[in-house]
Design a protein around this ligand. Structure first.
Ligand code: ADP
Ligand code: ZN
Length: 213
């Protein structure tokens, strides 16, 4: 099965994707994580996208689609797509690539949130430099300050996790990504799951939704 997680920045896609990987044995494909890797390694792509990401704008479809194409070369099912697709062009490209391999998008879950809560989630967020695990200064602090519970590496605040970049990310989301809701609804694939509550409550809702379909 291939599952897409949709939802605005801060809705918990990354956190929930990591839980689904553990519980359902799916492989997470996060374009955000892939791009941050590219920035860290200083590759050509990394140098091109760093400023765009820090500002909270979307990277070009061309770059994103080629990153995903690489990943789908050896395997075309069992993925959880997190932060991708983010535009209609990316959704078309994904469908085409899966189609060629005889696979498909099987379910799309949109995490719904109260927009007022997002800003607090984002500006208090701490991310592991190594494994991408996420914590929150107040709502979900790590056991040892500044250190990842999962792998022991340092926690940082992402450069785009500030109020100004967040506003841009939210605007990008409403303008370019929100239309995907209609696209997947029409395809009969869309399910809504409330992303309000504890991380465990939300993951239980997601798993129940998957099981019920
Ligand atoms: P979040 O969902 O918390 O906003 P991500 O880690 O998914 O963050 O993405 C961080 C940034 O990476 C985005 O703001 C954007 O610049 C870039 N990015 C990630 N995925 C995509 C994509 N599918 N299309 C375009 N840009 C992307
Ligand atoms: Zn870690």
């Amino acid at each position: 099965m291939n599952l897409i997680l949709l939802g605005p920045p801060g809705s918990g896609k990354g956190t929930q994707a990591k839980i689904l990987v553990k519980n359902l044995g799916l492989v997470q494909l996060s374009t955000g994580d892939m791009l941050r890797e590219a920035v860290k390694s200083g590759s050509d792509i990394g140098r091109k996208v760093a400023k765009i990401m820090d500002a909270g704008e979307l990277v070009t479809d061309e770059i994103i689609n080629s990153l995903i194409r690489e990943k789908l070369k050896s395997k075309n099912s069992g993925f959880i797509f997190d932060g991708y697709p983010r535009t209609l062009n990316q959704a078309d490209s994904l469908e085409e690539q899966l189609d060629q391999a005889g696979a498909s998008v099987d379910m799309v879950i949109e995490l719904t949130v109260d927009v007022d809560q997002l800003i607090d989630r984002i500006v208090g967020r701490l991310s592991c430099v190594n494994c991408g695990a996420m914590f929150h200064k107040n709502n979900q602090p790590p056991k040892v300050e500044g250190i990842c519970d999962v792998c022991g590496s340092d926690l940082i605040q992402r450069k785009d996790d500030n109020e100004e970049s967040f506003r841009t990310r939210l605007l990008e989301y409403y303008q370019k990504t929100a239309p995907l809701t209609g696209y997947y609804h029409r395809a009969g694939l869309l399910q809504y799951v409330s992303s309000v509550g504890s991380i465990e409550e939300i993951s239980e809702r997601i798993e129940a939704t998957i099981q019920a379909s």
